[in-house]
Design a protein around this ligand. Sequence first.
Ligand code: ZN
Length: 456
Amino acid sequence: MDIPSIFQRAYYTAPILVQNVLFSALCAAQDRKRYSHHYKEKFDWLLETEWWDKDRIKAYQIQKTNEIIKHASRNVPFYKELYGLHGISSRQIQNLTELKDFPIISKENARASMQEMYALTASRKTITTRTSGTTGSPLVIKHSPDSLAFQWALWWRHRHRFGWQRGERFLTVGARVPVHSAQVAPPYWREDILANRTYLSSYHLGERQLPAIIKMLTRKKFPFITGYPSSIAQIAAFMLDNNISLPVAPRLVSTGSDALDANSKRLISEAFKCHVTDQYGMAEFCGNLSSCPQGHYHLDFECCHLEIENGRMIFTGFANPVMPFIRYDIGDAAKSDLITKPCTCGRHSPYILGFDGRSEDYITLRDGRNIMGLNQVLEYAVGVQAIQIVQNDIGSIDVMIVPAHDYNEASTKSALSFEFEKRLGVNAIDINYHLVPSVEKTPSGKIKAVINNIEA
Ligand SMILES: [Zn+2]
């Protein structure tokens, strides 16, 4: 839960106790949308469907794919026009391989046609979120109330696989900023009282802050920890370097929203002495994959169909009629093909072995701190077609902006500068803005939000 800009000043200057109450209230307002009456129904259903057999999974996916194609070609201007051009407006499939006849949508297509991607039938009760920004091109995503509950039910099903029930006490390590960057004394965390959660800012994990954080972990004995793998790995590395272990090990560390690489996984399991699991999701909610105890990423087929073409993941989402994504190239790569033989965990849903090329880079400040998750700052840029942070030397970063038609230089710069300052502090780094015709892409065509050229 980010602090809304209208009362940031009041929030950050309030005593910590008051901040905890305000932060809890903000989180509770957000949780009311996530855990609406749709949530319980979906969650119970998902506990059943995860044991469906292969035939039932396939029949369900074909039915749902046909439903979303039919809905999109009638009610979503973008697909109406696109499928009309391809002469497939009334096409229904008998087999999932027939989806190949439908065009692939790229992130750039979606960004350029965003307004046409919202269903005309959407009610006024839609919920707006932004893309994770990992590709550098911000997208405004609209959810139906039940699709947001569906997504959270999937995420809690993943946790439930490892014995974690909603309501149990946990720690989140995340890139939202309930703690101001200028704060130089602990606590670097805030309490989300109603959710039984402590929220630790991933911007306060420097050598100077970590001893206080370890003390807090020792005192609070969290049974469950979740958050950015790179941030949790940073805590783990510090613990291992200083020969620290917690008196009571957590029962589980569950990561997401940034790639869990083998090195981070090893650091976390060694330092925290517990199982580490991971899940993959996205703001567009056109797909989701969740690890099983074997460490295989099972497709959460209840919400999507996944095709893998030369490593690239192409999702068709069933769960959000307000903004459907059909054959959407998410820009991330899978480490394996989709494996369809049953997993030893007993689930019949297909799975992959992991991901390639999804890790977010960090930037390095003058005081040596490595800052992750700055892709979140880029979400605040409006009127841009693509945006990227490039760091070539320690004292500065370059923000490369490909302007869209509605770009406004003054408002974009002031929004970004405000967000950078909030996270990094005043004058922590020089920020240079550049308008460019295009930003750098990886060989697979992905736009990385942050490129750090310092070590190279
Ligand atoms: Zn499995």
